[in-house]
Write a protein of this length. Structure first.
Length: 640
């Protein structure tokens, strides 16, 4: 569908000379104005409309919003979605900001303006991460809570799938695209010869049977869509998230005729790393009989919470293998027996066909082998982006909280200070002086056992306390956090591009060594002076969560990300290095930096203070050391 578009802001004479530009509602160019909104870019397209990133026209610094424009003139689905969104004020549902109709010609296209939701779809998020069962369980709990909130108000989404689930930086979930939703007072929109909308992969066996046996709504004897159907769609989404394949029966119309337990492969057979409790929850959602599924979304949310509360370390293991580059001695192909030699006349086509079939088989085997693997470097880059994107959100939340309570707090402090001044001037002054906050140092003072032994050779430069301004990240110690156990047994894949680290023979501390000349020259070019410091997130290979104050690490390679600029290295720079966790403290050396634009530099950084490293949190064990997620680094010219 298309219409003529006239650019605003022109005089009548200029408008008369300007030839109308024919545009499609599915591909509006940047700068197009729809009422008070200016199109910035096209984001996505759905069954009923196209989503654009917009802002208030004439305000270059205005906040971004998402505008969903109808694909067809006067589409009734948009009024339905606006009605549903106005009833669902929940953190997991996009907030409706405005509605309107765009009239580029004789017809009008309704649109909705909603909050702009950053992040990735459920499946894209998983492909760019290596989540643990705890991460997936947290998302399942959030999805169930959103649906429970909607169901309690009589609203059904009716198109739950991974593509409609957006994971924001920090792990918060939002359920998008409520255009196919339903509630008891909603006017019927589906034509009499059609059944409810949705995606075939996510239909329950009952919906498959219903669509195969009836031809119109009037023929249906049972409700067209129920809570049980919605929960089945949730099960399909998380089955695919955990196995990266759909349940086989989910895409076949005869799935409803298959016996329970034989409609799809066992989840654990496809991914043995999934804990049995989580696999059982997802399998129950895919039960053949509706009564065998959880009775409601709120019950599902409660079951997930109980499973997470009793989860052991198996829930913290990455769900997918790491993909490592093949060895230079490995062979990816082999000669076909009998392929050499003369070919009989008339057999050339058959031989070529056989060779192509073999190539297809090899490719299929390769795809199956790589299906559930993650590239460490790619995961690190995506997590670094998510961490940096979550920063402004947390800052805005902090500013709102400060503005809300700041005035009252100032008045309270002033009143209290005045009272002390009137009653006990001297004591009040001393109390105020003692109450002044002191910024925490980046690293704790060295323990007595780390003092230099008498007669020991002095280091290249004596470590000194880090400046207070060098570390601005608060390290909360009073909140329980989910730790990540990365080690089981003797070896563990932790590398950003390499991998298995043997437990036996690993030194407790790194050996002193000089910084390579290439690194010294690169750091000079980057204006990185000795003792320069910056804050960083220690481990970015696993999904970031706001509630995770600590992280569990082991000996081996590590990928960190700068949380603030240092010299010419901007925030978001990836730092590749190695950790040693066997001593009293965690020691770390970084030898390579990769900026967000892909440039790499040799560097010499250490974790914490030179020669001191970083402290361990209570509960640390050999092979599973707990440290704060937010730490600091120091530039050195020699590794102590």
């Amino acid at each position: 569908m298309s219409g003529g578009l006239m650019h605003g802001g022109l005089s009548s004479g200029e408008a008369a000379l300007r030839i109308p530009v024919v545009v499609s509602v599915e591909a509006l160019p940047p700068g197009t104005r729809l009422a008070h909104w200016e199109v910035l870019q096209r984001l996505a397209a759905g069954g009923y409309g196209t989503v654009y990133s917009v802002r208030r026209a004439g305000r270059p610094r205005a906040r971004r919003y998402a505008l969903k424009l109808a694909r067809h003139p006067d589409s009734p689905w948009f009024a339905r979605e606006a009605e549903l969104l106005s009833q669902l004020r929940h953190p997991g549902v996009p907030r409706l900001m405005a509605t309107g109709t765009w009239r580029p010609g004789a017809v009008g296209y309704p649109f909705l303006v909603m909050e702009h939701v950053e992040g990735e779809s459920l499946y894209a998020w998983s492909l760019a991460r290596n989540p643990s069962a705890r991460d997936v369980g947290g998302l399942l709990e959030q999805a169930a809570e959103v649906l429970a909130f909607a169901h309690q108000r009589g609203v059904l989404h009716r198109d739950f799938k991974g593509d409609n689930v957006r994971i924001q930086p920090g792990g918060r979930l939002k359920l998008l695209d409520w255009g196919a939703g339903w509630h008891p007072e909603a006017a019927p929109l589906t034509a009499t010869d059609q059944l409810p909308p949705g995606t075939a992969h996510y239909y329950s066996p009952q919906l498959h049977l219903l669509r195969a046996s009836v031809s119109s709504i009037q023929d249906a004897e049972r409700p067209l869509y129920s809570v049980a159907d919605e929960l089945y769609a949730v099960g399909v989404s998380f089955y695919r998230l955990l196995t990266e394949v759909y349940p086989v029966a989910a895409s076949r119309a005869d799935a409803a005729r298959l016996e329970e337990g034989h409609a799809f492969p066992s989840l654990l057979s496809l991914n043995p790393r999934v804990p049995e409790a989580l696999a059982s929850l997802v399998t129950r959602l895919l039960a053949f009989a509706p009564e065998a599924r959880p009775p409601s979304a709120s019950v599902l949310a409660s079951e997930v919470r109980r499973a997470l509360a009793t989860a052991d370390t198996a829930w913290d293991v990455p769900l997918f293998d790491w993909a490592f580059p093949p060895s230079s001695h490995s062979r990816t192909t082999q000669e076909e027996e009998g392929a050499a030699g003369p070919v009989a006349p008339g057999q050339e086509v058959a031989l070529q066909h056989a060779r192509l079939q073999r190539v297809d088989r090899i490719q299929a085997m390769h795809d199956a082998r790589e299906l559930r693997r993650r590239a460490p470097a790619h995961v690190a880059r995506m997590e670094a982006r998510a961490i940096l994107a979550a920063g402004p959100v947390r800052r805005r939340q902090a500013l709102r909280a400060t503005s809300r309570w700041g005035a009252g707090g100032v008045l309270f402090v002033l009143g209290l200070s005045g009272l002390f001044w009137l009653l006990k001037p001297q004591a009040g002054a001393s109390m105020v002086e003692a109450a002044r906050p002191v910024s925490p140092p980046m690293a704790r003072p060295a323990a007595p056992d780390q003092a230099a032994a008498p007669g020991a050779a002095p280091p290249s430069h004596a470590p000194r306390p880090l400046e207070e301004k060098a570390m601005t990240v608060p390290l909360k110690q009073d909140r329980a956090s989910h730790t990540r156990s990365l080690a089981r047994g003797c070896t563990l894949a932790v590398g950003a591009a390499s991998a298995l680290v043997a437990c036996a023979g690993t030194p407790l501390r790194p050996e002193p060594q000089r910084c390579p000349q290439a690194a010294l020259e690169a750091m000079k070019e980057l204006f990185l002076h000795r003792d320069a410091r910056a804050a960083m997130t220690l481990d970015v290979r696993y999904p970031f969560r706001d509630d995770a104050e600590n992280v569990t690490v082991a000996d081996g390679d590590i990928v960190s990300v700068q949380k603030e600029s240092m010299g010419r290295l901007p925030e978001g720079t990836l730092l590749y290095g190695r950790l040693w966790t066997g001593g009293k403290r965690v020691m770390g050396h970084y030898t390579r930096a990769e900026t967000p634009d892909g440039r790499t530099y040799p560097v010499c950084f250490v974790l914490g203070n030179p020669g001191e490293g970083w402290w361990k949190e209570p509960g640390s064990k050999p092979g599973a050391t707990i440290v704060p997620r937010s730490v600091g680094l120091t530039v050195v010219d020699a590794f102590p």
